[in-house]
Write a protein that binds this ligand. Structure first.
Ligand code: ZN
Length: 205
């Protein structure tokens, strides 16, 4: 499986291989418009094999794949600073009901149960709610995704001075993670990271 080893410190987009890699380096997009989170941890590229596993996991109800996916994340991810809360990206209640589970919440639970360095970190699966059902995003541009998600998330409690990791399966344009991060920043969060299994490469690279 292709690892995402030379990527932007802000959004984990793979950087062109011709560049001398510096782990603090940020892509043009993050320099121009800094995202509302400090970093994205996305240790794998969303290639054919991983997309197949994630698809089976999410859409065929193969929950038993959760430990495999969490261990893939743990193999390559580095936790740099203390995190207080893990927040799975919420599904709208209707989609959760149809699927029977929220895959990001499964991932959070498994990572928490098997990462000794997160022993003081808690799962906050009720903290962020998806206020409305949003249209499926797979065929939308980045701009359309951002518009689709504007105001879609609400936070139920104050997050003053908390360090939070938002957990999702795949990081594509970052529109979902940014919308959740915006809501958490408004609620007072101090440090926000996004933890995903995989990053989709930019179409140009
Ligand atoms: Zn970037």
């Amino acid at each position: 499986m292709p690892a995402n080893h030379s990527c932007c410190a802000g959004c984990a987009i793979p950087l062109p291989s011709s560049m001398t890699f510096d782990p603090r380096q940020r892509c043009g997009s993050c320099l121009l418009t800094p995202p509302p989170f400090h970093r994205v941890v996305a240790p794998w590229l969303y290639g054919e094999y991983l997309s197949h596993i994630i698809h089976q996991w999410k859409f065929s109800g193969e929950r038993r794949m959760t430990p495999l996916l969490a261990s893939l994340w743990q193999q390559r991810a580095e936790i740099h600073s203390p995190i207080d809360l893990l927040v799975p990206v919420p599904l709208h209640w209707r989609r959760r009901w149809q699927r029977g589970f929220n895959q990001s919440e499964l991932l959070c639970r498994q990572i928490l149960a098997t990462s000794p360095e997160l022993d003081r970190c808690k799962l906050a699966h009720q903290l962020v709610k998806r206020r409305r059902s949003t249209a499926a995003q797979s065929s939308m541009t980045a701009q359309q995704r951002a518009h689709n998600l504007k105001g879609a998330f609400t936070v139920s409690e104050s997050c003053d001075n908390l360090s939070i990791a938002i957990v999702d399966d795949v990081f594509t344009t970052g529109a979902t993670a940014s919308a959740v991060a915006d809501a958490l920043v408004t609620a007072g969060a101090d440090h926000i990271e996004v933890w995903c299994l995989a990053r989709t490469p930019a179409p140009d690279y």
